[in-house]
Design a protein around this ligand. Sequence first.
Ligand code: AMP
Ligand code: ZN
Length: 472
Amino acid sequence: MKLCNSLTRSIEVFTPRNPPAVSLYTCGMTVYDFAHIGHGRKYVGDDILRRTLSRFGYHVTHVQNVTDVGHLSSDADEGEDKMEKGAKKYGKTVWEVAQFYTDHFYQSMHSLNVLRPTVICKATEHISDQIALISKLIQKGLAYDTPEAVYFDVTKFPGYAALFGRQKLEDKKAGVRDAVVEGEHKKHAADFALWFKRVGRFADHAMHWDSPWGDGFPGWHIECSAMSMKYLGDSIDIHTGGIDHIPVHHPNEIAQSEGATGKPFVLVWLHYNFLRVDGKKMSKSLGNFYTIEDVVQKGVDPMALRYFYLTAHYRSELNFTWEALSGSAAALKELQSHVMVLRAQSQKRHTLSDEKLEKIDGFRKRFDDALANDMNTPQALAVVWELLKSNITSQDKYDLLLDFDQTLGLGLAEIKEAAVEAVPADIQRLLTEREAFRKARNFTESDKIRDALLEKGYEIEDTADGTTVKKM
Ligand code: AMP
Ligand code: ZN
């Protein structure tokens, strides 16, 4: 299997340290607000990675943190603490906010058929591990204490500035800060906080613990180093995150972990590109912020969202529109209808001729090759559709489809007649066609389709965000 390693910026053959075991650490959510469809993309990406590794015979131990303390508005230690921001916004305590949005996150992931990590670890439940690691860094001369915080000294970690090719990044401002902020005792602007003290801007900080450096709370980056070390050891096989983690969070994790252990921290760094909405960054103020529930409330199966994620390679940006989602919903319905028909037709096992076997193997090989090639999910989906169009027996198609779906995770084995009936494929197709006419402002044609749908017993309603359909 090949994966693109962001650290070397090349596609490498993946050779885990102790096969068939694979250790996987995936940076988790900061639980101060609702999980949205952008988060869904990243965590479905992790899920595909994990399922692909299992497909190829690896035994994955998957650890995921929950950031419930220490993440400030800017990844480079500036601004307000996100948990306190959430608490103010929702009129709850930071602890209530953390619990509520952790639950919400894992419910959202469950609805997207994302497998639960082997270990879920909360930063607030691992304070002593973080303190121990910070002490080690101080002992090694890699960190220093100041009146407001304990900082990591980036100049003591050779090559820090060039990690992930950052020196070559055009967007230098996304990397390290240029100036030390007033009131801080940092030696270098790029030094980052390992432990914030409950003084100055954090004098009233709600979450705080005792430490050798006084009352306070950990910085964001240290939790991932401490918890990955605790559950997976000093060196791990794969570590993932969104591309926003490349400039600050992941270089800091490397500096902390390798600084403390003197061993290579991660074999392969994998980064997912972002989901945008209508070509823009998702944000509540732009009114283009959607949760998984928002999708479900529009009558769309969350598996359609999962299918939509798979239509793009994980390293490409993906643009969400309701039209594009409705295209994926139509494709999923069609796939589900095929499953129902194939299931009905494949009660008996057929004898396989050599020629047929070869064809089946061919499909399986091409599907595996697509995933083995840096998880090319659009290519894997293309193989699914070719398989459905082929002339191999229904039984073989059905078996292969369910085999493929163990990795795609679209829930095809569980699909029930009722779900397919909810919006049949032909209705979904008409909806997609009508959407295209509406977009082209051809209302004569779109009205014709509306009437045709009414005749078939389906009533549609157009809203600013797209169209919903109801069976009458
Ligand atoms: P956060 O809790 O916001 O720090 O994000 C948790 C994970 O989701 C990180 O790995 C982010 O990179 C990722 N993420 C956040 N927003 C998006 C988005 N719009 N598209 C893809 N991934 C995202
Ligand atoms: Zn992390």
